[in-house]
Design a protein around this ligand. Structure first.
Ligand code: FES
Length: 112
């Protein structure tokens, strides 16, 4: 069962930016957008760029390599609404001054 893990403290991720963290063997991009923390899989489905290095606007991130845009709310690829391409999205919470994310482990995925 996945549990929340602390990745950073409040203030360490500036508004409109993202940072990459390894959680349960997965690289996760954690963003602050419009005052809300968001977490998606950091690996761009196109060619693997780190999405946390992308440009954040309107709860979306543009990949730093070829500018594909992904929703920070649900990981949807925003450039083609009919596509099934998406990146995973994870729960985020703030406990005290700790930013925490919940990322399923491989064992969790096998059970579902
Ligand atoms: S690697 Fe992300 S759009 Fe190409």
């Amino acid at each position: 069962m996945s549990e929340f893990q602390t990745v950073a403290r409040v203030g360490e991720i500036p508004e409109g930016e993202g940072r990459s963290f390894a959680v349960n063997g997965t690289m996760v991009g954690v963003f602050l957008s419009g005052g809300e923390y968001r977490a998606i899989n950091d690996f761009c489905p196109h060619m693997g760029a780190a999405l946390a290095d992308g440009y954040v606007e309107d709860d979306a991130v543009s990949c730093p390599w070829h500018a594909w845009r992904f929703s920070l709310k649900d990981g949807t690829w925003l450039d083609n609404s009919g596509s099934s391409i998406r990146t995973a999205c994870y729960e985020v919470r703030v406990e005290g001054d700790e930013i925490q994310v919940s990322v399923p482990t491989a064992a969790d995925s096998a059970q579902s």
